[in-house]
Design a binder for this molecule. Structure first.
Ligand code: 13P
Ligand code: SF4
Length: 311
């Protein structure tokens, strides 16, 4: 990026007391201008810990909404407000309400990939980084898990003592990763370790050496003695891996692209910094109700607020 554009970003961030958070799947040029890059859990933590007044969230809607719910006093901007997570749209509050009525003895765990009004009906949230830990920690025996069926099946396998009622949602980007693609990569790179995201199907997960959230993959690749990795998640993560760990090799699944994650552009981020639009708007009541399940998740991560960032 040109020096003059870099300077413009710095000046605008300072003027607006803004911070740029970007998910690991964002385009390389967005990752390059971000103050923090991370997975859903890490970005929620950063959103709580920052002292910035404005959060420019480069990701998809549920991530920016979670940042807003956790920080009602901050302005949260999603540079392209059509960047939806289709899986989050696969469960709605009314249908979940009916399911809760059918199973009054069950507790609801909502994956963070949900809308605010669905979170408002949940007992606790989780991300791909802590889903197993959260379900294990619950006293209820029966759990309604929404919306990702693949993640639910993976958690059920890890926590067989719970009875899990799964919603039929999927993430197309991960659901469509085929075991043949992973096996072909392994044949080409036999020394590579296979790291997979838990949104993949169980038959694909069976091929993995490790199952991680996107940040978990970064952490593992940094500390592992292995030099090569097959990365079974959205392709954008490989840019971060190659940048932060240039001495190791990463083999992506070329078809694993999330089109909504690619909607953020430098121009849109710049415009958001200038205009402070488009803002995330949620009703006070929905935010109040959705905050509790998110905070319960954060409590289990032992998170404190406002300590790291001064814009
Ligand atoms: P992570 O929290 O692992 O980054 O996953 C987010 C997501 O949307 C996966 O598709
Ligand atoms: Fe949603 Fe899948 Fe895209 Fe993640 S990769 S944001 S779960 S559609």
């Amino acid at each position: 990026m040109q020096k003059s554009l870099q300077r413009k970003f710095q000046e605008l961030k300072k003027k607006q007391h803004a911070i740029i958070l970007a998910h690991n799947y964002q385009k390389p040029e967005i990752q390059d201008i971000a103050d923090f890059i991370g997975d859903s859990l890490d970005l929620s933590l950063k959103a709580i810990q920052t002292n910035a007044k404005v959060i420019i969230f480069c990701g998809v809607d549920f991530m920016a909404e979670s940042a807003r719910i956790l920080n009602p006093e901050k302005t949260v901007i999603l540079p392209d407000n059509t960047a939806h997570c289709p899986m989050a749209g696969m469960v709605d509050a009314e249908s979940l309400g009916w399911l809760k009525k059918e199973h009054p003895d069950a507790k609801v765990v909502a994956y963070i990939n949900t809308t605010a009004d669905v979170k408002a009906l949940a007992d606790i949230c989780c991300t791909s980084a802590n889903g197993v830990k959260i379900v294990k920690s619950m006293t209820a025996k029966k759990i309604i898990f929404v919306p990702d069926r693949n993640l639910g099946l993976y958690i059920q396998e890890q926590v067989p003592e719970k009875e899990m009622i799964l919603w039929p949602g999927i993430c197309r980007t991960h659901h469509d990763i085929k075991k043949e693609e992973v096996m072909a990569l392994k044949k080409k790179h036999p020394a590579a370790e296979i790291l997979l995201h838990p949104e993949c199907q169980l038959d694909v997960i069976a091929l993995s050496d490790f199952v991680f959230s996107t940040n978990g993959m970064v952490r593992h690749a940094k500390t592992s003695s292995k030099k090569e990795f097959i990365i079974g998640t959205e392709i954008g993560l490989c840019y971060r891996l190659e940048k932060e760990i240039p001495e190791k090799k990463f083999y992506p699944i070329p078809s694993a692209v999330c089109p909504n994650m690619k909607k953020t552009t430098i121009e849109k981020v710049l415009k958001s910094l200038e205009t402070l639009e488009p803002k995330i708007h949620l009703s006070k009541e929905i935010m109040r109700q959705a905050r509790l399940p998110l905070q319960r998740m954060m409590e289990r991560e032992k998170v404190k607020g406002n300590e790291t960032y001064l814009p």
